[in-house]
Design a protein around this ligand. Structure first.
Ligand code: LER
Ligand code: MN
Length: 267
């Protein structure tokens, strides 16, 4: 099983020497702890110097299985489901702009928080129409590149749009593109799924990426999720991608990342 952990490129400030140093130091530590990959959270690919990124990541023997895009919502409020057309267009263009980078890195593009939240006065149905349209445009733009998109069902406290695997699979049916699938995250699944293992099985070949955190969103092993059952079920679907740690930096980031890989490797 290939393991990665999430790292933010910190606004991908490869032009800022201090941050670049931090980035490289973090990548070196991640490789040293035995990880196979590093999942990158990138707000805007224009701020990334791709050659430098490849040098740092590849130089430490790591790959980038996935690119997280949610900072564009968190910091800029770009959203596929905004009631402002220019904001929806900017969100779609931002995801388009990840395609060349994802092609080069052979990384999945994550559709997480950039799907947004239904604005006041807009119906849920209208938001879902906007979401379908936006993802169709992204899937079409990536056709022929090999790039795949993974929408992450997320818990009800973060968005009103697509909480469960069943809702995600229904969305996939509406989109009807081979390069669209789901990212399953054990933290969200623990809140929203009736039975985690059943949902993993139901998603099957549509699992394009996988996040792990325990029930309390600490590193795996710090809460009460049954990771043995979860990972056995995931493997039985034929999933050969990465299992990526996305958890709170507690008691501190380094300790969490080390405890996670120790625990998961033992399983
Ligand atoms: C992103 O992968 C995620 O899981 C969200 O909960 C981030 O807010
Ligand atoms: Mn996640």
């Amino acid at each position: 099983m290939k393991l990665s952990v999430v790292l933010s490129t910190h606004a991908a400030s490869f032009d800022a020497v201090a941050l670049k140093g931090d980035f490289e130091a973090n990548v070196a530590k991640i490789a040293g702890w035995g990880y196979d990959g590093v999942e990158l959270a990138i707000r805007d690919p224009r701020l990334v110097e791709v050659g430098e990124l490849e040098r740092v990541v590849g130089g430490h023997g790591l790959v980038v299985p996935a690119i997280g895009t949610g900072q564009a919502w968190g910091e800029e409020k770009l959203s596929f489901t905004s009631d402002i057309p220019a904001v929806r267009e900017a969100a779609i263009e931002r995801i388009w702009s990840h395609i060349p980078l994802a092609t080069r890195l052979n990384a999945v593009i994550i559709i997480g928080l950039i799907r947004g939240i239904t604005p006041p006065g807009q119906t849920h149905e209208r938001s879902m129409e906007y979401l379908v349209e936006a993802i169709k445009q992204c899937a079409a733009a990536a056709a022929g590149t090999g790039v795949r998109f993974a929408l992450e069902p997320m818990n009800r406290y973060e968005t009103d749009l697509v909480h469960t695997v069943a809702e995600g699979l229904h969305l996939a049916d509406r989109i009807g593109a081979d390069n669209f699938g789901l990212l399953l995250d054990t933290f969200h699944m623990n809140i929203e799924e009736p039975a985690i293992a059943d949902s993993i099985r139901a998603c099957g070949e549509r699992i394009f990426h996988f996040h792990v955190a325990d029930s309390n969103r600490w590193y795996p092993g710090a809460g009460h999720l049954d990771f043995k059952a979860i990972l056995d079920t995931l493997a039985a679907t034929g999933y050969r991608g990465f299992v990526s740690g996305e958890f709170r930096p507690l008691p501190d980031a380094d300790t969490a990342a080390q405890r996670s890989i120790t625990y998961l490797r033992r399983l």
